[in-house]
Design a protein around this ligand. Structure first.
Ligand code: FAD
Length: 383
């Protein structure tokens, strides 16, 4: 594995850092307090080319490598974990499903706007009774002539209330089990499609999450995205898990940097608290978590760019880096004493925010089950 970044990778990393210092750091505390952020941030990310990193050139993208996207995600997440994820998910679950599985017409309709940050997607799998068990989804899409008729509810969907279009995972034929799954695009404004926000959240407070409702919602058959089955429905979720692993690295680095500074400056018992061995142990643990997480994430990006199967590495990255972040965020809040609880420092926000991607993108338990299955050859949840 070549550990040197290319000039281009360094350029994008620096560009993302400058963007975050200018457009995110001064405002993120207020966004979190207000539970909303200006949507123009995504337009500005688009203007810098930061939303088109993996998108095809012919639609305005840059068609670069996964590692570049990972480095950009890490830099944004250093200042706002949730924005790092929001930005990365536009690629992983907004652009990639269409770039990889979409028809020429779908690509033309959605990709340029997504790359520019003027269109917003949502990708809807989860339902009130189907979370980790995605096969339990009840939303149906039944063919009637040249149209699909969609019925069902989705919940906890990122961008539910902002999306110009929803990619909805539906069951087209229950008797076919996983082979009947399909993703169907539903534009906002289609009769029978409504939505509602989920409010008062612990984490990712300035991002939109909500419920989607489909009642005899008719869309042309040509709105189907790709074919049928698990791969057609979920292959892009893997890219989001890579983003989570990279975003965690940025947030851990922030926890460490803030803690080092504070422990050098805060005086107790007439000494900087950083001189106490128990405090040094916490810093040492954070350094180890950071280094391990960083190499797991970068290696995952490197392997993704080699187009090899990364199921195992993706689950390791998603699981390990989020657990590491949750340890580091807790340690950083603790090291700041009572100040760690105040939003004058970003730590309490990182501490809260890290709970969101511990749950989405497959829970910690689910990724352990994946790793167990890959190693043992036994599926613990086979039906
Ligand atoms: C901020 C946020 C954004 C989200 N965005 C989206 C989105 O854009 N699109 C979308 O479709 N969904 C989205 N989700 C939903 C998310 O994917 C689900 O919350 C997640 O898959 C877990 O499902 P659940 O919440 O129903 O928990 P459940 O599946 O009910 O799990 C509850 C607990 O049981 C455990 N558990 C379940 N099954 C097993 C098992 N077999 N063995 C051991 N433990 C098990 C879980 O690990 C967990 O601890 C989002 C969620 C959040 C929090």
């Amino acid at each position: 594995m070549d550990l040197e970044f290319t000039t281009e990778q360094v350029m994008f990393k620096d560009m993302a850092k400058e963007f975050a210092i200018r457009e995110v750091q001064p405002y993120v505390k207020q966004w979190d307090r207000d539970c909303k952020m200006p949507h123009e941030v995504f337009k500005k990310l688009g203007e810098q080319g930061l939303l088109g990193i993996k998108a095809p050139v012919e639609y305005g993208g840059l068609d670069l490598d996964w590692l570049t996207l990972g480095l950009v995600t890490e830099q944004l997440a250093y200042y706002d974990f949730s924005l790092g994820m929001g930005s990365c998910s536009r690629t992983s679950l907004g652009i990639m499903p269409i770039a990889q599985n979409g028809s020429a017409e779908q690509k033309k309709k959605y990709l340029p706007g997504m790359i520019q940050g003027v269109l917003t997607h949502c990708f809807a799998t989860v339902e009130p009774d189907a979370g980790s068990d995605a096969m339990a989804i009840k939303t149906t899409a039944v063919l009637d002539g040249d149209e699909y008729v969609i019925n069902g509810n989705k919940t906890w969907i990122t961008n539910a209330n902002l999306a110009n279009y929803a990619m909805v995972v539906c069951q087209t034929d229950k008797s076919k089990g996983s082979k009947g799954l399909a993703v169907i695009i539903v534009d906002w404004g289609t009769p029978g499609f409504s939505r509602a926000p989920i409010e008062n959240k612990m984490a990712f407070r300035h991002h939109d999450h909500g419920q989607l409702f489909f009642r005899d919602c008719r869309v042309p058959k040509t709105n189907q995205l790709g074919g049928f089955g698990m791969r057609a429905a979920f292959s892009n979720v893997e890219h989001t898990r890579f983003g989570i692993a990279c975003a965690a690295v940025g947030a851990i680095q922030a926890c460490l940097d803030l803690s080092v500074k504070y422990c050098q400056e805060r005086i107790q018992f007439k000494k900087p608290i950083g001189s106490f061995q128990l405090v040094q142990e916490k810093i040492a643990d954070m350094v180890i978590d950071l280094e391990a997480s960083r190499w797991i994430a970068y290696r995952l990006g490197y392997l993704k760019d080699k187009n090899v199967n990364v199921a195992k590495e993706t689950s390791i990255g998603k699981y390990h880096n989020m657990e590491a972040l949750s340890r580091c965020a807790k340690a950083a809040v603790e090291l700041h004493g009572s100040y760690g609880l105040s939003d004058e420092y970003p730590l309490e926000r990182i501490y809260r925010d890290c709970m969101a991607p511990i749950i989405y993108g497959g829970t910690a338990h689910v990724h352990k089950l994946v790793l167990g299955r890959l190693e043992l050859g036994i599926d613990s949840v086979s039906r």
